[in-house]
Design a protein around this ligand. Sequence first.
Ligand SMILES: [Cu+2]
Length: 205
Amino acid sequence: MDKSATSESGIPASNSAKRSAAGAQLIKRTKIIVGVCAGILVLGGMVIAAMPDPGASRSATVAPRSTASASPVARASSGPLRASETNFNFGSISMAAGKVTHRYRFRNASTAPIVLDKMYTSCMCTTAALVKSSGRKFPPVGMPGHTPIPALNETLQPDEEAMVEVVFDPAAHGPAGIGPIDRVVTIEHNAGRPLELAFAANVTP
Ligand SMILES: [Cu+2]
């Protein structure tokens, strides 16, 4: 078949009058199709508008989720045990460079003494040690089930500060540990919900 004899629309190009007539018909047909499509869109819009507001229920389910993801920060900054920072990011760290350390500060923001019952981490690659304002450093603790978690039973007086020294070993999981990580240190105490100190990192070889 000779393609030069046929236009893109498949209309024989030999007769220009016939071609333009066919073109006009094609335009007319296109207009009808566009019109029908627009009608369907308008109708569809009306049907959607008449439906029991799906947008409202969707935003209602999204809103608590975003609040929940922000709640560790809000909890930490508004609770009796108040941390200046609850989410730390080590950024990009390499397995070859070894362990990394970060210290979180927190204080008893209430008017009564708070007893720190116990502390533990979310993974065996992470240890956490309580450091009192006197400089006294407690033995590091790890993940429950992996290492014994001794009771702390340390009291923080009103306004007293303390620190948690976190050590993360990016090589602890071997090559399987390469990529983004999230860990949490939990401090249970007698004044409400546990304080959670989170950190993130991107582990490279
Ligand atoms: Cu781990």
